[in-house]
Design a protein around this ligand. Structure first.
Ligand SMILES: O=c1nc[nH]c2c1ncn2[C@H]1C[C@H](O)[C@@H](COP(=O)(O)OP(=O)(O)OP(=O)(O)O)O1
Ligand SMILES: [Mg+2]
Length: 200
């Protein structure tokens, strides 16, 4: 059976990927299956650079086709921050601390100025392909004034969808995948990767 690795240690991302990116033809693994895999330093200056760093580190270790997601939240009132530093905004990978810092930085900013977007860049690297496949998805919303909902991960409890009158943490994983930055990027990947990949 062919294998594809998702180069992530984030359980929320892994769950969203496994829900929509699967097939009889290959099995999907993530770094959660390899807990000893060393920390990959995300030293790039763009989502694409960081996704490329992660995809290549993991591809080289396993010699298998590897997809990495680098993603984050760009808040207009904060001039695009936290952006590529989203995971490290307040503390290292502490969602609650990150959300609290975001609320505090946006203190006093009225709802109409709390516009933001989630961004996801996916890089698919393969030992037999010279060029990586790169896709990106974006999704706009508003930053709420208090966290709501228990689903999702990261900034989802603060990411408010005015059309649905719900946060991203109050919709199902399937609904999130249908609309989200990552869901859109995965759809683009689905449309392109079979024509791109050289298995052997
Ligand atoms: O759908 C999302 N819903 C809520 N928050 C999200 C989402 N997508 C990204 N985010 C936030 C989480 C984290 O603070 C940062 C990603 O950082 P990023 O380095 O790409 O991922 P990560 O370190 O959690 O896992 P890994 O690098 O192993 O894939 O943006
Ligand atoms: Mg990361």
């Amino acid at each position: 059976m062919k294998e594809i690795i998702i180069a992530t240690k984030n359980p929320g991302k892994a769950r969203e990927f496994k829900r929509v990116f699967n097939d009889q033809e290959f099995t999907l693994k993530t770094l959660l299956d390899f807990p000893d895999f060393p920390e990959i330093r995300e030293t790039g200056t763009t989502f694409e650079e960081n996704a490329t760093i992660k995809a290549h580190a993991v591809m080289q270790r396993f010699n298998l086709p590897t997809i990495a997601d680098d993603s984050g939240l760009e808040v207009d009132a904060l001039y695009g921050r936290p952006g590529i530093l989203s995971a490290r905004y307040a503390g290292d990978h502490n969602d609650a601390a990150n959300n609290a810092k975001l609320l505090s930085e946006l203190g006093g900013v009225p709802m109409e100025k709390r516009t933001a977007q989630f961004v996801s860049t996916l890089v698919f690297a393969n030992p037999n392909n010279e060029k990586d496949l790169v896709v990106r998805g974006e999704f706009k919303g508003l930053i709420g004034t208090l966290p709501q909902g228990d689903d999702g991960f990261g900034y989802d409890p603060l990411f408010y969808l005015p059309e649905l009158k719900k946060t991203m943490a109050e919709i199902s994983i399937d609904q999130k995948n249908q609309i989200s930055h990552r869901g859109q990027a995965i759809k683009k990947l689905e449309q392109q990767w079979r024509d791109w990949i050289n298995w052997y």
